[in-house]
Design a protein around this ligand. Structure first.
Ligand SMILES: [Mn+2]
Length: 368
């Protein structure tokens, strides 16, 4: 049997709204053609209460599925117990089946697939939720068994602690473990654990340069292939400058943007600028293109230097007032030498009038 697995279409996602619809529809159409069953691992919608336009689109898109579709809800759709979420509405209007804490069997040509779904729960409850569900789970011995989740995974998130672990999931009696939530395509446990990733760009991060699409899993060979779905190209470009002027930066960036646009006119481009400007300059780059996003980190203290600064501050056990005065002193260093930073800080605390009086007095003192 062939099973198509996709996730996180985030229908209605504001920044790339039409992409979210178009790419989800292409996924459903392609999956219907290639698979006997479609699974969607949550975050079908971007928000808990989508606008009517999005709901209508979702119904139209999921109605195009010509094979059964099993889904779970994601964290973006999760609402309090007994409340209606948008996936419930989609189930009431189409043929999709929601699996939350329950399993369903799909049978074709004498072959059975049993899918257990557990929709998103807060991360700290994920392991307990799975354990609890397993207590009542009726394992179908003769079926190919799948569990589908929408959670963070301990081993995949740096610094994670309470998240459910791959180590635990691996011990469960399933042939295939599917997870949503993480928007990047990931394969683990020799192909037994699959994260298809999102079908739309949602974060302007480097990972998003990878192709969007779905997994096509073959239960006979117990292997999968990633089927790309035509989607908007994303480029993540990093620039580093040293001792340059604003116009040099602008020129270089524009050259690269034009180069990309020549091949992909509607590409989304994220540009990260790092480095140092010529002394005394500040960077104000604006590119007149709504698909170009600029992250300006010029002339900022490097991250490690910043961390060290915070550490030193903590160690010094300074009061908020002392920290503020120190910051003010650092900011005004070499620029304002006429008065004392801590004195100025006190005046600022007392209001703008007093500050102005103080500055004027200082000015008179020095010019006379
Ligand atoms: Mn998501």
């Amino acid at each position: 049997m062939k099973i198509a697995i996709f996730s996180d279409p985030h229908l209605g996602y504001a920044r790339f709204e039409s992409d979210s619809y178009i790419q989800a529809e292409r996924t459903i159409l392609s999956a219907s053609e290639n698979a006997d069953l479609i699974l969607c691992a949550g975050d079908i919608f971007d928000v808990k209460i989508p606008k009517l336009e999005t709901l209508k689109k979702a119904v139209e898109i999921f109605k195009k599925a010509s094979v059964p579709v099993f889904v779970i809800h994601g964290n973006h759709e999760r609402r309090a117990r007994d409340m209606v979420n948008p996936v419930h509405l989609l189930e009431a209007s189409t043929n999709i089946v929601i699996l939350h804490g329950k399993s369903s069997i799909f049978e074709k040509n004498g072959e059975r697939v049993q899918v257990l779904g557990i929709g998103s729960v807060p991360e700290e409850y994920a392991t307990d939720a799975v354990k609890k569900t397993m207590e009542t789970y009726q394992k179908d011995e003769g079926a190919f068994r799948i569990i589908m989740l929408h959670q963070s995974i301990k081993e995949l998130i740096p610094g994670a602690s309470e998240e459910i672990s791959l180590e635990y999931l691996e011990t469960l009696p399933f042939d295939l473990i599917i997870n949503g939530h993480i928007h990047e395509t990931i394969v683990k446990l020799g192909g037994r654990f699959l994260i298809p990733g999102s079908t739309v760009i949602t974060q302007l991060k480097k990972d998003e340069m990878a192709e969007k699409g779905y997994f096509l899993y073959d239960t006979k060979t117990r292997s999968s292939e990633f089927v790309p779905v035509q989607s908007r190209k994303f480029f993540y470009e990093k620039f580093e400058f040293d001792d340059v002027s604003q116009s040099e930066i602008e020129q270089q960036i524009l050259r690269r943007v034009h180069e990309i646009k020549k091949d992909y006119p509607d590409a989304v481009i994220a540009i990260k600028i790092d480095g140092k400007l010529k002394p005394g300059l500040t960077l104000d780059i604006r590119i007149d293109d709504q698909n170009v996003y600029i992250e300006n980190r010029m002339d900022q203290v490097g991250l490690s230097a910043k961390l060290q600064e915070v550490k030193t501050t903590l160690e010094a056990n300074l009061s908020l007032r002392e920290i503020a005065i120190r910051e003010l002193r650092a900011k005004t260093k070499d620029r304002i030498t006429l008065f004392d930073s801590s004195e100025l800080f006190e005046k600022l605390l007392n209001g703008s009038e007093e500050t102005l009086e103080y500055l004027e007095a200082q000015n008179k003192n020095t010019s006379s």
